[in-house]
Ligand binder design. Structure first.
Ligand SMILES: *Cc1c(COP(=O)(O)O)cnc(C)c1O
Length: 339
């Protein structure tokens, strides 16, 4: 293989050697299959294509200074996929089977795991879809679980930096009792217009308020929000936020460094009071927020006065990355080492 330019990889799809698949038929999950084909042959009446029976996950594997490969919070991703399955009536894949599949696909594609020095990583994308043919609206009888991997570059090429966001009221990502807490493609389809509008206005991403009252903070694009003030890490609680594993980890790390952690509804106006704020998720860990504009109300909440990431966000970011790469001890049991 031609040596890849590890430090300049985009966050995109690149063909690797193998993917792994497990089929659900006759009310049970079958054996793990290794595949080098990139396509999925499917019936045109598959429920995933018509009724959105589709769930996905996202996590990463990292190569450490010691050469070891570490996967971050594998069991948490398995549990979240199970929760999504309950949400859209798909059969759950056990944590054990999920782990077996992820470890296999990472191991098989070992040559695509970027070297430690690059700051890049291997993105892991599990997908679960309803595949059997159906025209009436019911859950499918057959499913396919497939996982592929792709090497992705360091998120912050020019160094950890801040971005501007814009509040979009015109389009909702998820309803209060809809599928916002599940990682399903439908939520992303629903977010495309808001995302395009934010980009057209020159912002990094859209910022959502709760769909019902438009008073409380929900999510920043496809990432969770956190704000920091008075030595407290504050993250919104709502019935339409996707439970981010990165956010959960940051809450723990904030506690570890002696901060208070609050998970509660956060009013838009409270944005005025944060000393720091960020969007968090697997892709970037933390993407610090420079400001959040409310164009409709002619307001701008400037979070970072100097345009730079704040000290606590930087500390949390460095701490989490250090655990992922194995530079700091994994005191919470978040890492699975690929043997
Ligand atoms: C995946 C996702 C996140 C981030 O979750 P992580 O587990 O931290 O990667 C946040 N919001 C939405 C809508 C998501 O789909």
């Amino acid at each position: 293989m031609k040596e890849l330019d590890w430090s300049n990889l985009p966050f995109g799809y690149m063909k690797t050697d193998y993917n792994v698949r497990i089929y659900y038929r006759n009310e049970q999950w079958g054996a793990l299959e290794v595949c080098s084909e990139e396509t999925i042959p499917m019936h045109m009446a598959a429920t995933c294509l018509h009724y959105g029976q589709e769930a996905f996950e996202g996590m990463k594997a990292f190569r450490g200074k010691d050469g070891k490969i570490r996967i971050f919070r594998l069991e948490e991703n398995a549990a979240r996929l199970q929760s999504t399955c309950r949400g859209i009536l798909m059969p759950e894949l056990s944590t054990e089977r999920f782990k077996e599949a992820i470890l296999k696909v990472v191991k098989l594609n070992e040559r695509f795991i970027p070297p430690y020095e690059s700051g890049a990583s291997l993105y892991i994308r599990p997908l679960l879809i309803g595949t059997s043919a159906q025209v009436g609206v019911h859950p499918a009888k057959e499913y396919l679980f497939v996982t592929f991997v792709t090497p992705v570059g360091p998120y912050f090429k020019g160094g950890f930096s801040t971005n501007p966001y814009v509040i979009i009221r015109e389009f909702d990502r998820a309803a209060p009792h809809g599928t916002g807490t599940y990682k399903v493609g439908g939520n992303y389809a629903a977010s495309l217009r808001a995302n395009k509008k934010a980009h057209d206005l020159g912002y990094a991403c859209e910022f959502y308020l709760d769909a019902k009252e438009k008073k409380y903070i929900d999510e920043c694009g496809a990432a969770n929000f956190f704000g920091i003030k008075d030595n407290t890490y504050i993250t919104p609680e709502s019935t339409s936020i996707l439970p981010s594993i990165t956010n959960k980890s940051l809450m723990q790390l904030a506690e570890d460094i002696g901060m208070k952690v609050e998970r509660r509804p956060v009013l838009e106006e409270e944005l005025l009071t944060f000393e720091e704020a960020g969007a968090c998720g697997t892709a970037a860990v933390i993407s610090p927020i420079e400001r959040i504009d409310d164009v409709e109300k002619g307001k701008s909440y400037v979070i970072s006065k100097d345009g730079k990431p704040g000290p606590i966000s930087t500390k949390l970011y460095n701490k989490l990355r250090a655990i992922q790469y194995g530079d700091e001890p994994d005191t919470h049991g978040w890492i699975t080492i690929v043997e």
